[in-house]
Design a protein around this ligand. Structure first.
Ligand SMILES: Nc1ncnc2c1ncn2[C@@H]1O[C@H](COP(=O)(O)OP(=O)(O)OP(=O)(O)O)[C@@H](O)[C@H]1O
Ligand SMILES: [Mg+2]
Length: 500
């Protein structure tokens, strides 16, 4: 099958998201689509998937112009999509989600869930996508939820599969497995459109590379000859420094002291098991670990989002073991949460409202009960400018921003005020190389300005580049403490896998 996008143009109020885009893909090849945050990648794929209709241009399959009125038509034409933000129903099981919309029916129109479960198992065995068909989605970590999305697409017999930043939420081990899956799909004759901000991955997996900037295709590259820095420059239109520069740290007194902390997960099992550590002023501590080893629950407990089952949390010597998120915020803590759409933003609110989400009740944004919208909008515009958030205005809902720009809104809000402690989970998830450079610089300057910084990242390279001290978490415990200069990715990888 051959798919062509011809002259696709899509305008939103104030932005041309796609500007006469031409792109081709055939089954049996992997096309990597690159571009900075807001370049128009997801929009283009949503048009291909029938979610948006183009203002101009055609989708052509094997020479025939298509008219997709919705995803149903795209699916029928053999297009499958795993979205940047998953579209699963949280309270349904894996099997129920997979069959949603194409339910296998027993006679008399009764949903045949046994058959659904068998299908899920067959696909997951074929592609090594281990998942329990009976598990409820909202109880699964993101990495597993993604497997469900992939199974769902395969269940619908897609010929061309679109993956919108599939590796943003995966651990290095999961990425390796994912690449094996993608390779198997290619061998089976599927076409893959793969969107990512990780240039190493592009060079590893692409057969062809296309780059979008401000809605238009600005070039193509051959993975055999392309380099990371060349691709980075093509994406953002200027040279990007892919290294983190920082002076040696001189840590001061402890800002965060965690002793013997125990936290239960959603199933009531011990997720954090007697953890103790400190983060001091002028220090960046990085927590490395495979997703699902207690980091999520640890951060939730530290930020007041999850109950503490045992132990204590001190912030600047004060007991915050049982504090709520607002009390933690008021104690001078910035928090960049792991899941931006669940706990970082209110998608239906404007950017201005999101920027003042934690501070709207205080001066200068309100006096008593009346909001000062002028001051709020000024603050929003200052942050949009400083953090290079790509948006037509501060008064559009956060849901209209591209994924990476949503992340920049959170980072801007959290780093835009004076704090003593920064807790950042996956701070650069889904963010383009130019903005990663900027966010990393900001994290280092927070440290240099005297904050204590705790970074949790499944990106080992990021933990290695930013941290002054690295803690490795495995099975709810801290199993190793290393300085980046005295360790390697390989050694940390062993601790992450449970070696002692
Ligand atoms: N539903 C919408 N309403 C209004 N504007 C939108 C909408 N969806 C996207 N946009 C705008 O279109 C542009 C392209 O966004 P898109 O999500 O396609 O970017 P992207 O390349 O996928 O970026 P990222 O790497 O951050 O995911 C952005 O300026 C965005 O704000
Ligand atoms: Mg996107």
């Amino acid at each position: 099958m051959k798919l062509e996008l011809k002259g696709i143009t899509k305008r939103f109020p104030g932005v041309v998201a796609n500007d006469h885009v031409d792109l081709e893909i055939e089954t049996g090849e992997i096309l990597c689509l690159l571009g900075e945050n807001g370049a128009g990648k997801s929009t283009l794929m949503n048009i291909l998937y029938g979610l948006y209709s183009a203002d101009e241009g055609d989708i052509v399959i094997d020479g025939k112009v298509q008219n997709f009125a919705g995803p149903g038509d795209a699916i029928a034409a053999g297009i499958g999509m795993v979205h940047q933000h998953f579209m699963l129903v949280p309270v349904f099981t894996v099997a129920e989600n997979v069959v949603l919309g194409v339910e296998p029916m027993r006679s008399a129109g009764i949903l045949d869930l046994d058959e659904a479960r068998r299908d899920v198992e067959a696909i997951s065995n074929q592609y090594n996508l281990a998942v329990d068909p009976n598990a409820v989605i909202e109880e699964l970590p993101v990495g597993i939820q993604q497997r469900v999305e992939i199974i769902k697409v395969l269940f619908r017999d897609a010929e061309i599969l679109v993956f919108d930043e599939p590796t943003a939420v995966l651990t290095p081990q999961e990425v390796d497995e994912f690449f094996k899956i993608v390779d198997k799909l290619k061998q089976d004759g599927k076409g893959i459109i793969f969107i990512t901000h990780k240039l190493k991955e592009v060079l590893e997996i692409a057969d062809r590379i296309a780059v979008l900037r401000r809605g238009a295709v600005v070039g193509t590259a051959d993975p055999a000859t392309a380099t990371e820095s060349g691709l980075a420059e093509m994406m953002v239109g200027r040279p990007v420094d892919l290294m983190v520069h920082k002076a040696p740290s001189h840590p001061g007194e402890a800002v965060l002291s965690v002793s013997d902390l125990t936290v239960m997960n959603i199933q009531g099992r011990k997720a954090v098991d007697g953890v103790s550590f400190e983060v001091r002023r002028n220090e960046i501590v990085g927590i490395a670990g495979v997703q699902g080893n207690g980091q999520t629950e640890l951060v939730e407990a530290l930020t007041g989002l999850r109950e503490v089952a045992g132990g204590t949390v001190l912030i600047q010597g004060e007991d915050h073991t049982d504090s709520n998120p607002r009390q933690i915020h008021n104690a001078g803590v910035a928090h960049v949460p792991e899941d931006r759409q669940r706990s970082g933003l209110i998608l239906g609110f404007t950017l201005t409202e999101n920027f003042v989400l934690d501070s709207y009740h205080a001066v200068p944004f309100s006096e008593g009960i009346k909001m000062d919208w002028k001051a709020s909008r000024e603050e929003a515009n200052r942050l949009i400018e400083e953090f290079d958030v790509r948006t037509p205005s501060s008064e559009i809902p956060a849901s209209n921003l591209s994924g990476g720009n949503q992340q920049k809104v959170i980072v801007a809000r959290e780093f835009g005020r004076q704090v003593d402690l920064v807790i950042a989970s996956q701070p650069t998830r889904g963010v383009d190389v130019g903005s990663i450079e900027f966010i990393h610089e900001r994290i280092v300057s927070e440290r240099d300005a005297g904050s204590a910084v705790l970074i949790v990242s499944t990106e080992l390279d990021e933990v290695m580049a930013l941290s002054d001290r690295i803690l490795v978490m495995f099975d709810g415990r801290i199993v190793a403490e290393k300085r980046p200069e005295e360790t390697t990715n390989a050694e940390l990888g062993l601790y992450m896998a449970g070696a002692s």
